[in-house]
Design a protein around this ligand. Structure first.
Ligand code: AMP
Length: 279
């Protein structure tokens, strides 16, 4: 595995591949787990060369505590990536990605996409995500970009970013990897106590419970029941939203004729967890 810290070095190295060989790219914030590995394995299989980046982007955290507590374990990640036979790792510093300071960011017209669900509870989050992904794409110039459906709204936002920037990169959404318990794998799970980690599987169970009740009750009613169960178990629920999968337009009711997606965010022990399933 070759490790790059500087954008110019990475771009110069990748130039040799861009014409004749395909580059697959997996951007991450590190603290890697098997969910990340599934993206890397797919990108490696489907491309001539696979690039993974590790960069904990400070501007996309609304809460400084969340940023400071985000697990940063580069040495362990390098071991993990070596084991998974990654070709190229890009691990830049904050100064490298923000040479003109953290306030120097482009603005993207994401319209309604940035104000709902994650955007509503994390103002400015998706602008910062777009900024960093755009900068990473300029450095890597990949043919294929692999992102997890675990961050379902992020996929819609990045699809929009690719449109806005007339990018030729193809976005490839990948399914969510789960623990045996059903809990979606996430770097944030590392911050949960042993008992909270056991409890956190309730999020997936709740999504499944709502799905299973779609023919029996109204969405409003099942959602309220789900909120009550989560509150009783000690979760603080930010949202449980039903929407059209492609546009993320909010839906009031289940509709089996439409491709719908159910998304939620909830906090447990102050750790923010998200998950979603197809309905
Ligand atoms: P992160 O390091 O959390 O920013 O995630 C980097 C990429 O890995 C994003 O595209 C995520 O959607 C994806 N990812 C995170 N968790 C999972 C998971 N459990 N299954 C599949 N992909 C994931």
């Amino acid at each position: 595995m070759i490790i790059f810290k500087k954008r110019t070095d990475l771009t110069a190295y990748l130039k040799q591949f861009s014409a004749s060989k395909s580059i697959g790219f997996v951007p991450t914030m590190g603290a890697l787990h098997n969910g990340h590995a599934s993206l890397i394995e797919r990108a490696t299989f489907e491309n001539d060369v696979c690039v993974c980046s590790i960069f904990v982007n400070p501007t996309q955290f609304n809460d400084p505590t969340d940023y400071n507590k985000y697990p940063q374990i580069l040495d362990a990640d390098i071991e993990f990536l070596t084991h998974h036979r990654l070709d190229i790792l890009f691990a830049p510093s904050v100064d490298e990605m923000y040479p003109f300071g953290l306030l120097q960011m482009d603005r993207y017209n994401l319209a309604e996409l940035e104000n709902k669900m994650e955007g509503k509870f994390r103002p400015g989050h998706f602008q910062a995500v777009c900024h960093i992904v755009h900068q990473l794409l300029l450095s890597v110039n990949p043919h294929n970009l692999y992102m997890g459906e675990k961050d379902f709204q992020q996929i819609a936002v990045i699809r929009k970013l690719l449109q806005l920037t007339n990018s030729t990169t193809k976005l490839i959404p990948c399914p969510t990897l789960r623990e045996e318990s059903g809990l979606a794998m996430s770097s944030r799970n590392k911050r949960l106590s042993v008992s909270a980690r056991k409890k956190a599987k309730l999020l997936y169970e709740i999504l499944m419970l709502i799905k299973e009740n779609q023919d029996r009750d109204s969405f409003k009613k099942v959602r309220q029941k789900a909120m009550d169960i989560l509150a009783d178990a000690g979760f603080y629920t930010e949202y449980i939203t039903l929407c059209i999968a492609d546009t993320l337009e909010e839906e009031e009711e289940f509709n089996s004729n439409k491709k719908q997606r159910l998304l939620l965010a909830a906090q447990l022990e102050g750790v923010r967890l998200i998950d979603n399933i197809a309905i």
